[in-house]
Design a binder for this molecule. Sequence first.
Ligand SMILES: NC(=O)c1ccc[n+]([C@@H]2O[C@H](COP(=O)([O-])OP(=O)(O)OC[C@H]3O[C@@H](n4cnc5c(N)ncnc54)[C@H](OP(=O)(O)O)[C@@H]3O)[C@@H](O)[C@H]2O)c1
Length: 343
Amino acid sequence: MRFRPLRPASAPDSTPVAVADPPETMRAAVIDAAGGTDALHEATIPVPSPVLSELLVRVVAAGVNPIDAKTRAGAGVSGAITGYPTSLGYDFSGIVVRSPYESHPLPPGTQVFGMVPFPRSGGTYAEYAVVPSQSVARKPASLSHVEAAGVPLAALTAWGLVVETAHAHEGQRVLIHAGSGGVGHFAVQFAAYFGAHVTATGSARNASWLRELGASVVIDYTTTRFEDVIADVDVVIDLVGNVHAQTGDRSLKVVRPGGLYIVVPTGSFPGYADAAADTGVRATGYKVIPDGSALATVGRLLESGAVQVYIDRVFDLEDAAAAHAELEQGHTRGKIVLRVSDD
Ligand SMILES: NC(=O)c1ccc[n+]([C@@H]2O[C@H](COP(=O)([O-])OP(=O)(O)OC[C@H]3O[C@@H](n4cnc5c(N)ncnc54)[C@H](OP(=O)(O)O)[C@@H]3O)[C@@H](O)[C@H]2O)c1
């Protein structure tokens, strides 16, 4: 897993796909107001119009992320919703339909994956989306659109945590909570790839899989209190916070003095900065950045086989409510993806 050389560039998908002019309306999964999973329903809404440097993409598949469910329920980034009905969803894989100008490097027909602006209100649970051209990369040829749609938000979060914030390196001791989820399964792989010694928490059913991804140690959070078996780690990447069994407070006890604690779910550990200061630990939150350049690097790692995306379940667009119900169980392995349209 460590520094495995990348295969010579079998390039990302560069073969353009034929595209038709977009229609005026499209199918989307929308909400008319905040609510439970049944608030999410299929509707016909206008196809959005790109401006300036935006692309119009035809969405083939969209990732389903916890922030979508939080926003649907009236939390998350629901404050950014400017009107109803509104679609949800931040990441996608699909095909460019309109580019900003004639010789743009991502012309119509290019197969891309990426994110719409975050933390705005989303919109990839729909047949078309407008996307900043800086927030996409060419889809790796080795991945289907369904696989690629599971990558952008989760992998960019993991990249920002492991590479840009924790500066993962050989011998660094990293503890990753919820290593088997969407963000976690990328974080485990990136940290191991850069030579860190990775401990992940997860339930027993995911233990051997987490080791395959690169975790040296797996702690079953359902039977073992991690602070009983681990100490003096350099970095904790906390994808749980105090929403379960005071994971945040307990994590501060296992970081070495001067080490780093990163809490990821927004609002999951109020007061974490003061609590960390009291224990001599550096601490920060983190927000994903829709960075197409970092996504292109992640794409190369996927293309080379050094990193993999795991798709747990695929739902059709009209079953978006069922996808949210599944996600809200809290036990997704890897990613849930919506199939929006044909390739
Ligand atoms: N700030 C940001 O920019 C940002 C970006 C992305 C995500 N997030 C947040 O980060 C969190 C994780 O996101 P995600 O997409 O990775 O979620 P996810 O895919 O839904 O996570 C599911 C995984 O969590 C594991 N899990 C549940 N409770 C656990 C516990 N107490 N200890 C250890 N593992 C546990 C489950 O493993 P088992 O099945 O084995 O229980 C499951 O594999 C969410 O709250 C999300 O909103 C924030």
